[in-house]
Design a protein around this ligand. Structure first.
Ligand code: URP
Ligand code: ZN
Ligand code: ZN
Length: 488
C-alpha cells in the first residue's frame, strides 16, 4: 500500500502565531496537507518528539550582494547569505535590488534577479531601492516593476549621500507607489543632523567607531519619523518604517497609528540587545558593531519590547548588511579610518531567530506564538507572501524544527555568512533550529546543507493589503474639500 503523504513530521509541538498544539504535520509535494494527531504514515518521516515545529522565518530586511550606500558591495552573495539564513531557521528572505543614481530601474531588476536565481537556497522576494526618482522611474518603471516583475515594495532613504531622496521626489515616489499598489519602506533619519554631527566630531578628532553612535542623534530619528508620517498622510500611502531604534521613535509611531495613519514598523535584534557602550571597543574593533541607526541604551530596549508587545512594531528583521572586518570591507580605508569611512551594517541573517527565540521564549519574555508572529507570520502577511509564514493546510511547507534546549555560544568559527565574524562572540543562547525545510525539501538536515545553490525560488508579489490606501484624504488633496483639484 502506498503512503498517504510524502513526508510526515511526527509528534512535535506545532506552533503558529495563534496556536500551540501537539500534532503531526503531513506534506505532499511542496505543501502542508494536514495537521493533526495520529496521521497515517508518510513515505518519509521525521521524528519531532520533544521538538518545536515552527514556520520557517521570514526575514524581510537584508542586504545581499548589493551595492551599498558606502559604494561597497556586501560581503555575501546570494548563496552564502541564504545558506546562513537557512542554518538560522529562515526560509524566506526579502533583500534589495538597488537603483543608484543614473541606473535604469528595469536593468537593475534584471541584474538582481539573475544574481539571486544563481545562488539562493531559500525562497526570496525583492524590495527595490529607489535613489533616482526620475520622470521615467516614477511614471513607467515603478508600475511595470510591480505588475510585470512582482516587486511589491520600494525602499527609500532619507539619509546617506548616495541614496537619499529629497522630500519633493519622495512624494513623487509615494504617489507612484499608491497608484501601483506598492508598499514603501523607509530608512528614516534626518540627514542634515547626521552630517553636521559627523563633521563636528571628525573636525575635533573624535573618530573612533563609538562616535558613530553619537553622530546619529536620537532626534534625527524622531524628526524623520514625524516628517515621513506627514508625507505618508499627505499622499495617503502606507509606509513601513525600518529599524526603529529609540523609545521616542516608537512613541511617534504609536501616536500616528492611534490617529489611524497606516504605518507599519520594524526593529531588529541588535536594537533589543546591544547598546552604544558595546561599540566602545579597542582600536577599530567597534566597527564590527557599527550600523545605522546605531545601538542606543537599555531603556530603549525596554521601550522597543513594549512596542512589540503592543503591536506598534510588527516585525523583527535582521537588517543583515555584511562586510568583512578587513581591507575588502569594514577596513577598506585602512587602520586609521574615521567612523565616516567605515561601511555601516553587520551580519544577522543566521543569528536573528536564535537571538529572538532566546530573548522571547527561553528567557520567558513573550512566548512562542509571539515569536512566530514577529519573525515569520507578520512579515509574510505585511509583504503579501500568502503561502509563507505559517503552518497551514495549503501553504508552503516551510518549516523549522527547533530543539528548544540546545545551547549554542556564538563564535566567529561557526558563522556561515561571508563576513567571518559574529557581533555576539561568547553570547550563549538556548534554542536552535535543527532541521529546516523549504517547500517540503530539507535544506538543512543533520547539521549540513542539503540542497544546491539555485534551489530558492523567486516570489512575485504586489504590495497587497498592507499597501492599500486608507481612503482618508487630508483636505488639501481631497477634491471634495480642496475646490475640486484632483491630485492623487
Ligand atoms: O547600517 C545599516 N543598516 N546598513 C545597511 C543599510 C541600511 O541602512 O539599511
Ligand atoms: Zn536602513
Ligand atoms: Zn538595511
Amino acid at each position: 500500500m502506498s503512503a498517504s503523504y510524502d513526508l510526515v513530521i511526527r509528534g512535535g509541538t506545532v506552533v503558529t502565531a495563534t496556536d500551540t498544539v501537539l500534532a503531526d504535520v503531513a506534506i505532499v509535494g511542496e505543501s502542508v496537507v494536514a495537521v493533526g494527531r495520529g496521521l497515517p504514515a508518510g513515505a518519509r518521516e521525521i521524528d519531532a518528539t520533544g521538538k518545536l515545529v515552527m514556520p520557517g522565518g521570514v526575514d524581510a530586511h537584508c542586504h545581499i550582494e548589493q551595492m551599498t550606500a558606502a559604494g561597497l558591495v556586501n560581503a555575501d552573495n546570494f548563496e552564502t547569505a541564504t545558506v546562513s539564513a537557512a542554518f538560522g531557521g529562515t526560509t524566506t528572505v526579502i533583500p534589495f535590488a538597488a537603483q543608484h543614481v543614473g541606473l535604469n530601474l528595469r536593468q537593475v531588476v534584471a541584474d538582481y534577479k539573475a544574481l539571486a536565481a544563481r545562488g539562493a537556497v531559500v525562497d526570496y522576494a525583492l524590495h527595490m531601492i529607489i535613489a533616482d526618482a526620475t520622470q521615467e522611474t516614477v511614471a513607467s518603471d515603478i508600475p511595470a516593476m510591480v505588475e510585470a516583475e512582482g516587486i511589491g515594495s520600494i525602499k527609500m532613504f532619507m539619509t546617506y549621500d548616495r541614496l537619499k531622496v529629497d522630500d519633493e521626489k519622495f512624494l513623487d515616489v509615494l504617489l507612484a507607489a499608491r497608484q501601483s499598489g506598492a508598499l514603501v519602506c523607509v530608512h528614516a533619519e534626518n540627514h542634515g543632523m547626521i552630517s553636521w554631527m559627523s563633521r563636528k566630531l571628525v573636525e575635533k578628532g573624535y573618530v573612533a567607531p563609538k562616535y558613530h553612535a553619537m553622530s546619529h542623534p536620537r532626534l534625527a530619528e524622531t524628526e524623520a519619523f514625524t516628517r515621513l508620517i506627514a508625507m505618508s498622510e499627505l499622499v495617503d500611502q502606507p509606509v513601513m518604517i525600518f529599524h526603529v531604534s529609540t523609545a521616542e521613535g516608537a512613541a511617534v509611531i504609536r501616536e500616528a497609528r492611534g490617529r489611524g495613519v497606516k504605518v507599519f514598523a520594524e526593529t531588529c535584534p541588535h536594537y533589543l540587545i546591544l547598546t552604544a557602550e558595546d561599540v566602545d571597543l579597542p582600536g577599530l574593533e567597534g566597527a564590527k558593531r557599527m550600523f545605522s541607526p546605531p545601538a542606543r541604551s537599555a531603556s530603549d530596549h525596554d521601550a522597543l519590547w513594549r512596542a512589540l508587545a503592543l503591536g506598534d512594531l510588527q516585525v523583527v528583521s535582521s537588517d543583515h548588511a555584511p562586510f568583512r572586518f578587513d581591507e575588502t570591507g569594514k577596513l577598506r580605508a585602512g587602520p586609521s579610518a574615521t567612523f565616516k569611512q567605515i561601511g555601516n551594517g553587520m551580519p544577522g541573517l543566521e543569528s536573528r531567530l536564535p537571538l529572538m527565540f532566546d530573548a522571547m521564549v527561553s528567557q520567558g519574555r513573550m512566548g512562542l506564538q509571539k515569536f512566530v508572529e514577529l519573525t515569520a507570520t507578520n512579515p509574510a502577511r505585511i509583504y503579501n507572501l500568502a503561502r509563507k509564514g505559517s503552518i497551514a493546510v495549503g501553504g508552503d511547507a516551510d518549516i523549522a524544527i527547533w530543539d528548544p534546549e540546545r545551547s549554542v555560544t556564538f563564535s566567529d568559527a561557526m558563522v556561515h555568512d561571508a563576513t567571518g565574524y559574529t557581533p555576539y562572540p561568547g553570547r550563549t543562547v538556548r534554542g536552535w533550529p535543527q532541521t529546516v525545510l523549504v517547500r517540503g525539501t530539507p535544506v538543512i538536515a543533520d547539521g549540513a546543507l542539503a540542497v544546491k545553490p539555485g534551489f530558492g525560488r523567486y516570489l512575485a508579489r504586489t504590495g497587497g493589503e498592507a499597501a492599500r490606501p486608507t481612503g482618508r484624504l487630508v483636505r488639501e488633496v481631497d477634491p471634495h474639500r480642496n475646490f475640486g483639484a484632483t491630485l492623487l
